[in-house]
Design a protein around this ligand. Structure first.
Ligand code: SF4
Ligand code: SF4
Length: 449
């Protein structure tokens, strides 16, 4: 492993922090803090798995901006002193693969790693194992396997940050029951309502809106703003089987589970974390909760990635160990429960054969009619006249506003900043205009850019 170049690392981290870069999918962990590890990094992994059906953001970015992504990855590898940088993408993303392969010879320390088309593949534990052959201890971080994992769009934002451009826009896919599925770049703070217009509107009168992908998303509404972590908006007819899953009532679910869970263990047999060797056995968590037992297995719910394979695919009765795990996790966190270190994970010899092909999952979820429609890529900038920017858009502290109502701002101006080196990310204006409200969000109106 190469020596970290201290000054170079500080320069890169400061640029990333000043641009307000956070993980562009998932929990929005501030990227500067991810790189400020204090621990040697051997491999910088770029997560191009994009395993949620219907989402096309990372595939488009890899196909369209290979030179920018490679240059940014080389800068991160150089600054951190990592031995190598790896862009991991699915073998089926042929256009993206060809574009990246055309650049790779310029960068001797960078590699491409091709992934099988299975779900889930983007989970950091699974991805790190696939790329490095090393398992992260259950409940641990990729750094414990010598790796840091960054999303493709996060890397693109690092490229912009190194040029001095803050995060003002977000790439996302609008898909499902819409007239024209689309992948576009929109100002952060744009409403879901405007995104639906961009996609030609819904094709059904009654629908459920999911922010994120169809498997791991959350229900949202027309007035919700796009944040730095919004990866997609999926429109599902209200009577679609997957929409029903998003409207489950946990108490009712538990009553049903009490009657029908036969402890068949299918949920455990297919659980990707269990197959990686984590001591997570969703059928046991179900049993413990159903019978009100305070079992040793309950804390193991903390190891659940909430990928949803147990309820979307494995359970013959459509029960949701994922939702039960989520509830147990919430309760354990409220009680301040801190799990002790888990033992090292050793992947199951059955793992290969139990991985779920994405196409089979798409068929099972009733998403085939949406997955066969091509999402167009919207090249032009979107004109938005009003944005609502939540102050908190990721992990850590809430940034403090540095503007006041009535101020005029330009796109890219600093709106709120993190103080005292706390974990968190600065926030910038995504359009030009006048600040009209500041509460838990900052509203800018009248930009027109
Ligand atoms: S797969 Fe369903 S029925 Fe079987 S143990 Fe898991 S939750 Fe119970
Ligand atoms: S959601 Fe289900 S399958 Fe996925 S990690 Fe959690 S328990 Fe395992």
């Amino acid at each position: 492993m190469k020596e970290t170049n201290g000054k170079r690392l500080d320069f890169v981290i400061n640029k990333i922090a000043a641009a307000g870069v956070v993980g562009a999918g998932g929990g929005g962990f501030p990227t500067a803090f991810k790189l400020k590890t204090g621990t040697p990094i051997q491999t910088v992994i770029i997560n191009g798995a994009e395993c949620e059906p219907l989402l096309k953001v990372d595939q488009e970015l890899m196909a369209r901006y290979p030179a920018e992504l490679m240059a940014a990855l080389a800068a991160v590898v150089d600054a951190t002193g990592a031995r190598t940088g790896v862009i991991a993408l699915k073998e089926k993303y042929r256009e993206a693969h060809a574009a990246l392969a055309g650049e790779i010879s310029n960068y001797p320390r960078l590699k491409l790693h091709l992934l099988p088309d299975v779900y889930p593949m983007g989970d950091e534990h699974l991805l790190t194992y696939s790329v490095t052959g090393r398992t992260i201890p259950p409940g641990g971080l990729p750094l414990q396997a010598g790796a840091v994992v960054l999303n493709v769009e996060t890397l693109y934002n690092i490229h912009q940050a190194l040029k001095g451009n803050p995060v003002t826009h977000k790439y996302l896919t609008v898909a499902g029951a819409v007239r024209q599925p689309v992948t576009a770049r929109v100002p952060v703070g744009t409403t879901v309502r405007e995104l639906l217009s961009l996609a030609g509107g819904p094709t059904v009168d009654e629908y459920v809106l999911i922010a994120g992908g169809p498997c791991m998303g959350r229900v949202t509404d027309l007035n919700a703003p796009v944040t730095k972590t919004t990866k997609g908006i999926i429109v599902l007819p209200v009577d679609h089987p997957l929409a029903a899953g998003y409207q489950r009532d946990l108490n009712r679910e538990l009553k049903i589970a009490l009657k029908v869970c036969c402890q068949c263990q299918q949920c455990t047999d297919f659980c990707p974390r269990h197959l990686l060797g984590h001591p997570l056995e969703p059928h046991r968590v179900m049993r413990a909760v159903i019978y009100g037992l305070v079992e040793i297995t309950m804390p193991r719910a903390l190891l659940c990635s909430e990928c949803g394979l147990c309820d979307l695919y494995a359970c013959p009765f459509n029960l949701s160990p994922r939702q039960v795990n989520r509830k147990v996790k919430e309760e354990l966190r409220q009680r301040g429960f801190r799990p002790g270190p888990w033992e090292a994970a050793f992947p199951s010899p059955l793992r290969e054969g139990r991985q779920v092909p994405t196409q089979r999952l798409i068929d099972r979820l009733g998403l085939k009619e949406y997955s066969t429609r091509q999402a167009i890529f919207w090249e032009k900038d979107i004109t938005v006249n009003r944005v609502r920017l939540p102050l908190k858009q990721g992990a850590g502290a809430v940034p403090r506003p540095v503007v006041k109502v009535g101020d005029r701002v330009e796109r890219g101006d600093l709106l709120a900043c993190i103080e005292g080196g706390s974990l968190g990310a600065d926030l910038h204006a995504s359009i030009g205009g006048t600040i009209i409200t500041i509460d838990s969000a900052i509203v800018i109106e009248g930009g027109g850019d």
